[in-house]
Design a protein around this ligand. Structure first.
Ligand code: Z5A
Length: 207
């Protein structure tokens, strides 16, 4: 049996990742393709517990290195329990965020050294990288307005200020420039239907 395909969605908050991930899952299901829809940090019961630790606001500070290690700890669990088994069964994995988020948030956003992130990535997932990554790109203010429009309580990242998200966005754009064959940038300020049309073209090409 051939390996499944691995698709990730990236972008700043409010970019539309969860919406587009659900669309991709439905698009593939309608064509008889078995796909697992998942997210990071999290995706399995144990990794979701790590997610709570890293996202819940609290009075005790979380140093950037601890945040980085928690992201990779959750990822190691997710890979072992869900991602690798699904790919081995020949299923697709659609994942809302993966290591590019670590590069953008902990690397560009928090200033953690790039080579530390790359060494941990090599340990945790070796040469397993997404086949395609959709970067949903939009101005920070638009993303924050969309996310805050939902009215939910802000998590530890959502409490950050605009300059942090500007660095994250720049980090993502730099990654897309470095790896243009894997990371496809889509203008996420377009109406959702236009974004979904571009995603459908990417999925069709991957099939
Ligand atoms: N994080 C990290 O630091 N390092 C890591 O390695 C990983 C993660 C893996 C949790 O992520 C946090 O973890 C995240 C980074 C950090 N924090 N931040 N920021 P998350 O993915 O769970 O949380 P999020 O990024 O905040 O996701 P989100 O706010 O749910 O955004 P989204 O999934 O991109 O957006 P959405 O829910 O699909 O859409 C938002 C709203 O916009 C919704 O009402 C949609 O209907 C609407 N929408 C979507 N697309 C459009 C278009 N095109 N036009 C108009 N309206 C739209």
């Amino acid at each position: 049996m051939s390996l499944g395909r691995f698709l990730t969605l990236e972008g700043i908050e409010g970019a539309g990742k969860s919406t587009v991930a659900r669309f991709a899952h439905e698009w593939l299901s309608a064509r008889g393709v078995r796909a697992v829809l998942t997210r990071e940090p999290g995706g399995t019961p144990l990794a979701e517990r790590v997610r709570e630790i890293v996202l819940q606001p609290g009075s005790e500070p979380v140093p950037s290195e601890a945040e980085l290690l928690l992201m990779f700890a959750a990822r190691a669990i997710h890979l072992a329990s869900l991602i690798r088994p699904a790919l081995a069964r020949g299923e697709w994995v659609i994942c809302d965020r993966f290591t590019d988020a670590t590069r953008a948030y902990q690397g560009a956003g928090r200033g953690v050294a790039e080579d530390l992130i790359e060494r941990l990535a090599a340990v945790v997932h070796g040469d397993l990288w997404p086949d395609r990554t959709v970067l949903l790109d939009l101005p920070v203010r638009e993303g924050l307005a969309r996310a805050r429009g939902r009215g939910a309580a802000a998590d530890r990242f959502e409490q950050e200020r605009e300059p942090f998200f500007e660095r994250v966005r720049e980090g993502y754009l730099a990654l897309a420039a470095q790896e243009p064959s894997r990371i496809w940038r889509i203008d996420a300020s377009q109406p959702l239907e236009a974004v979904e049309r571009e995603v459908a073209e990417i999925l069709a090409a991957m099939l």
